[in-house]
Design a protein around this ligand. Structure first.
Ligand code: NAD
Length: 372
C-alpha cells in the first residue's frame, strides 16, 4: 500500500454514537502508530447534534467531506428530542442522505458468532457455534426506491397503496460483482437469493447473477428462494459463506442472521459505493445498532460493533486484511477473558465499562504485538 495517508471522516452523531466512536478512535490511533498505517482523521457533526447547531441533519460541507473521504466511520444518530420533526428533517435523514449521495449500493453485514457468546443466541449452541457468514444486500434500488409508489382512493371509495419493485441489469451486476469478489476473499461460496419463481425482478436477478458468475469460475455458486433462505438461516446457518440478495429480502434476512449471533452491540456493517476516479470506493462503516438513548452518557454502551466496523474498514477500504484479523482476534480474546459490557453479562458477571473495553482491547493488541 502506498504511504499516502488514508483520509477518514469520523461522524459520531448522537446518544452512544460519540461514546463508541471515542473507543474506536483509540483503536484507530493504535493501528496508525503500531502498524505503519498513515491516517488523516477529520471529524464532523451530523444528526441531532447538527440540527441543534445548524438546523439541518447534515450540512452540505459535511456531505462534501464525505464524498472526498476514503472511508467514513459513522456512530449513530437520533433521539426522542428530535422525534417531533418531519421525517426529512430528523437526525436519521443524515444517514439516508449519505447513502443516496454516495450511491452506497452494497450493504455488507457479517453475522459471526463468537465462541464466548454462543449462549446469547436464540438457537441451540451446536447450530451457531463457529457461525461466520456475510449478507450482501443491494442498498440503493428495489422496492424501497422504485416508482411509481403511492396511495390512492378508488371510485368505490376504497383506499389502496402500491410500491414498485424495480431492478436494472447494471444495478444487479454491480452488487453481484462485489459479492463474488468478497466470496473470493473468504471461503469461496456464494448463494444468490431471489424469488425467481414468482417475480419478474427475481427472474432478471437470477439471469444476471448467472452471467456475472462466468467471470468467477473459482466461486461455488448456489441459488435459493428467499423464503427457503429464511428457513435455512435458522435451520442450518453454517451452510452459508456469502449471501447476495436484493434490498427487501436483504433487509429481512440480515436482521434474522444478525440475531443468530446474540447481541446488537456486536454487529458491524459496511455500505460500499461506486469506484471513484482515483480508484477508491466510497464506503461507510457503522454499527448496526442505533443511538441507544436509554443507556447514553453512562459509559456502559458496548463499543465493539463500532470497533468491528473499523475492522471491516481495514479489510475493505484500507487493504489491510492482516490488521483486520489482528483486531478481530483481540476482540475475541478480551471476550474470552470475560471483559464484556453489561449487554453481554450474565447475572453473576460484573460488567466492564465502555472505556474499560477500549483499555482491554489496547492491552490485548499490545500484548499480542510483543509476542510477535
Ligand atoms: P437502538 O439500537 O438504539 O437500541 C435498541 C436496544 O439495544 C436498546 O435497549 C439499547 O440500549 C440497546 N443497545 C443499542 N446499542 C447498544 C450498544 N452499543 N451497547 C449496549 N446496548 C445497546 O434502537 P432504538 O432504541 O430503536 O432507536 C434509538 C434511536 O436510534 C432512534 O432515534 C432511532 O431512530 C435511532 N437509530 C439510528 C440508527 C443509525 O444511526 N443508523 C439505526 C437505528 C436506530
Amino acid at each position: 500500500m502506498s504511504q499516502k495517508p488514508a483520509n477518514l471522516l469520523v461522524l459520531p452523531g448522537d446518544g452512544v454514537g460519540p461514546e463508541v466512536l471515542l473507543q474506536c478512535r483509540r483503536v484507530m490511533d493504535w493501528f496508525s502508530t503500531h502498524r505503519a498505517l498513515p491516517l488523516t482523521i477529520d471529524e464532523a457533526i451530523v444528526g441531532g447534534a447538527s440540527i441543534d447547531l445548524h438546523g439541518v441533519p447534515i450540512r452540505p460541507d459535511v456531505l462534501q467531506k464525505a464524498r472526498a473521504a476514503d472511508a467514513i466511520l459513522f456512530g449513530a444518530v437520533g433521539g426522542e428530542k428530535w422525534d417531533h420533526l418531519p421525517l426529512a428533517q430528523r437526525p436519521e435523514a443524515s444517514i439516508l442522505t449519505l447513502r443516496r449521495a454516495l450511491d452506497l449500493y452494497a450493504n455488507v453485514r457479517p453475522a459471526k458468532c463468537y465462541s464466548t457468546l454462543v449462549a446469547f443466541s436464540s438457537l441451540k449452541p451446536e447450530i451457531v457455534a463457529g457461525l461466520d457468514l456475510v449478507i450482501v444486500r443491494e442498498g440503493t434500488s428495489g422496492v424501497y426506491f422504485g416508482t411509481p409508489r403511492g396511495r390512492e382512493t378508488s371510485k368505490t371509495g376504497e383506499v389502496f397503496a402500491y410500491d414498485n419493485q424495480y431492478y436494472s441489469t447494471s444495478q444487479i451486476e454491480r452488487v453481484c460483482h462485489f459479492a463474488f469478489a468478497l466470496a473470493g476473499q473468504r471461503k469461496g461460496r456464494l448463494c444468490s437469493v431471489d424469488k425467481a419463481n414468482v417475480m419478474e425482478t427475481g427472474a432478471l436477478w437470477r439471469e444476471v447473477f448467472n452471467r456475472v458468475a462466468k467471470a468467477y469460475p473459482d466461486i461455488a455458486i448456489s441459488h435459493m428462494y428467499a423464503d427457503n433462505c429464511a428457513m435455512q438461516l435458522v435451520r442450518n446457518p453454517k451452510q452459508f459463506d456469502v449471501i447476495v440478495t436484493d434490498n427487501l429480502f436483504g433487509d429481512i434476512l440480515s436482521d434474522c442472521a444478525a440475531m443468530l449471533t446474540g447481541s446488537l452491540g456486536m454487529l458491524p456493517s459496511a455500505s460500499i459505493g461506486t469506484l471513484r476516479a482515483d480508484g477508491q470506493r466510497c464506503a461507510l462503516y457503522e454499527p448496526v445498532h442505533g443511538s441507544a438513548p436509554d443507556i447514553a452518557g453512562h459509559n456502559i454502551a458496548n463499543p465493539l460493533a463500532m470497533i468491528l466496523s473499523f475492522a471491516m474498514c481495514l479489510r475493505l477500504s484500507l487493504a489491510r486484511p492482516r490488521e483486520a484479523d489482528e483486531l478481530e482476534k483481540a476482540v475475541e480474546q478480551i471476550l474470552s477473558d470475560g471483559k464484556m459490557t453489561a449487554d453481554l453479562c450474565g447475572p453473576d458477571q460484573s460488567p466492564t465499562s465502555t472505556t474499560g473495553i477500549g483499555d482491554a482491547l489496547l492491552e490485548a493488541l499490545n500484548a499480542n504485538a510483543i509476542k510477535k
